[in-house]
Design a protein around this ligand. Structure first.
Ligand code: 13P
Length: 339
């Protein structure tokens, strides 16, 4: 399979991506909120429960894991990554080594882990990894994001994308404009437009092949603490508008992060975009929290809850798979098989 075919397979009709890369601080917060200690064994059990959920591959095309999980064996001794591949899903890697503060900035960040990345990507490809994702996080605040942070992050994302393609791996470029803050949806729109425009300029300079690249984007939203919260249709309209302006039609698909939205909103807003607009790219999901929040609460690190947690995961994956085709309705939520 060529990497462009792989990119298209990741956004095949009715399918999206599950992000299961543990070190994300948001994900660790979620575990802690459920009172679950974030240790290796808990994580392995959780990963196995997620990856091996029967029928997951009907709505999930790929699963994002980290460097440490790439070589992790499940409880039966088989590598987790091989089990993902056997189930018809594509393993993806988040190869970054955490966020570091940009020198001279007011606390703005850039992902670290570029050293040795070419060699690591070659090794991941050998192990069967089909895609990578690299995140840049932009916090809207007083004077942020700055021109400096946007340029620095765009360059790093583009370098990783170019190196990924060199290794035969589909890059997912993830410029996240964060939900945190009291900003309006108009401010989020303006920042998203700026960030996307600089990101694509950098991808061009780094000779990244757009036909084999996916974008992991945030929706255009009112800040979490903004008193005026935009409704579902406005979010869909503004998000589609900014993408039409800044994301070339050559990109096969845009997959959203959930970014702290409720499960309901992550699904309803994705659905509204697909149901109401003619789009040049596939719009789907690459959720961590909006897929795993409820299953994790049910699981609570107890083996006896695993089946009910898997049922809840399959339900959310199915709902988002339908939303990626504009076929979700609120009534379908009532069919949850969670016991
Ligand atoms: P959320 O969907 O929780 O924002 O996470 C997305 C992500 O990129 C994790 O790797």
């Amino acid at each position: 399979m060529t990497i462009s075919e792989m990119a298209n397979q990741l956004v095949a009709a009715g399918k999206g991506i599950m992000a299961a890369d543990r070190p994300s601080p948001a994900f660790q917060d979620l575990l802690r909120a459920e009172g679950i200690t974030v240790d290796d064994e808990a994580y392995r059990n959780w990963a196995e429960l997620l990856f091996l959920a029967p029928g997951l591959n009907e709505s999930v095309s790929g699963i994002i894991i980290t460097d440490e999980q790439v070589r992790l064996a499940g409880s039966g001794g088989d590598s987790l990554i091989e089990q993902v591949i056997e189930r018809g899903m594509i393993p993806g890697i988040s190869p970054f080594k955490g966020m570091v503060t940009l020198a001279g900035s007011a606390g703005e960040t850039v992902g670290s882990g570029l050293d040795g990345l070419r060699e690591r990507l070659a090794e991941y490809a050998e192990l069967g990894v089909g895609f990578s994702k690299w995140r840049a996080a932009f916090q809207i605040g007083k004077g942020t994001p700055s021109y400096y942070a946007i340029e620095a992050n765009a360059y790093v994302m583009a370098q990783v994308a170019a190196l990924s393609q060199e290794a035969g791996i589909v890059p997912i470029v993830e410029p996240e404009v964060m939900l945190l803050g009291d900003h309006s949806i108009e401010t989020c729109f303006a920042v998203t437009e700026w960030v996307l425009s600089r990101t694509f300029e950098a991808l061009y300079l780094h000779r990244v092949d757009l036909e084999s690249t996916l974008v992991k984007a945030s929706m255009v939203l009112s800040g979490a603490e903004c008193p005026q919260q935009a409704d579902v249709d406005t979010v869909a309209e503004q998000t589609v508008k900014v993408f039409r302006r800044q994301i070339p039609a050559a990109i096969p698909g845009i997959v959203f992060l959930s970014g702290g939205q409720s499960d309901y909103h992550a699904t309803a807003r994705l659905n509204a975009m697909n149901a109401n607009y003619e789009l040049p790219w596939k719009l789907s999901f690459s959720y961590a929290r909006a897929l795993q929040r409820e299953p994790m609460a049910i699981w609570n690190n107890r083996a006896e809850n695993a089946l009910a947690a898997q049922a809840a995961l399959i339900h959310r994956a199915k709902m988002n798979g339908l939303a990626s085709m504009g076929l979700w309705t609120e009534e379908l939520e009532g069919e949850a098989v969670v016991s």
